[in-house]
Design a protein around this ligand. Structure first.
Ligand code: UDP
Length: 249
């Protein structure tokens, strides 16, 4: 993170025309893959993320099994074509880190103790990346886990706030991430206010940290509504489309 380009204009707007506390547009669709137990597709600005969930199924190899609860295994992957510079295929330190923090966030809400010795496998494929993919991945993964019918207390909603040109802003884009001063991604259980993911890159004062955290938490509450809406549209029964006999069954 360096700050050698201007990221906020004289009009107070950011490079893509957003206000400080404005999110990029988000679209979420649940149940997009036939072969997975649960799935979700999410577009967040120029990020495009596909998530497939399998399980609960017997954890393999057996030494991974926990007799008290299911394990949550997340594989985050950026497609080779997801960025303007080719991403080298295969695992790397960053993908391993994002997989780990995503699994830990989900373990907080999934009722793993109902499925001893099982594994819940979550595959996050980033098809296009434009900063904020860990937040996009975790948000989509929560919808996909719910779509799989896996019991969970609540969904996790995720979003980042950060600092650019000395100002706290929501949901950093790629240039803002590269040339800004700080990035603070969080994962929030919107209903309880519990934070299940908190990372920080760069430097913030205590006051800036509090402002950024509050901004990201508010955004997560909004994102939670979009996640619920995605599940509602997937499972809503349209009684108007049924004939009378079907509707009475
Ligand atoms: N990025 C990339 N290639 C990589 C890693 C990252 O192009 O190998 C880009 C991508 O747009 C990503 C952004 O850098 O979204 C910021 O990456 P970061 O590690 O901060 O994670 P993210 O913000 O995506 O959660």
């Amino acid at each position: 993170m360096t700050d050698n380009i201007k990221l906020i204009g004289k009009d107070g707007l950011r490079l893509d025309g957003r206000k400080a506390d404005e999110l990029r547009p988000i679209k979420i669709q649940a149940g997009v893959l036939d072969n997975a137990d649960g799935s979700a597709y999410l577009e967040w600005g120029n990020n495009k993320v596909l998530v497939a969930v399998y399980g609960p199924r017997e954890a393999q190899p057996k030494y991974l099994q926990n007799p008290a609860k299911a394990i949550v295994q997340v594989t985050y992957n950026m497609a080779a074509f997801s960025s303007d510079e080719r991403v080298r295929p295969g695992p790397n330190r960053r993908a391993t880190e994002i997989s780990k923090i995503t699994a830990e966030a989900l373990e907080n809400v999934i009722l793993t103790n109902q499925f001893p010795r099982a594994s819940i496998d979550v595959y996050i494929e980033v098809i296009e990346a434009d900063a904020g993919t860990r937040c996009a991945g975790l948000t989509a993964a929560s919808v996909a886990v719910a779509d799989a019918g896996i019991p969970m207390m609540n969904m996790v909603s995720s979003c980042a706030a950060g600092k650019i040109d000395g100002q706290i802003v929501l949901d950093l884009g790629k240039k803002e991430d590269n040339f800004g001063q700080a990035d603070l991604p969080i994962g929030l259980v919107a209903r309880t206010g519990e934070i299940v993911l908190l990372q920080m890159d760069g430097h913030l004062t205590q006051d800036e940290f509090k402002t950024a955290l509050k901004m990201a938490m508010e955004a997560c509450k909004h994102i939670h509504g979009l996640q619920q809406e995605a599940l509602r549209s997937r499972y809503a029964v349209n009684f108007a489309d049924m004939d009378d006999g079907e509707a009475e069954q």
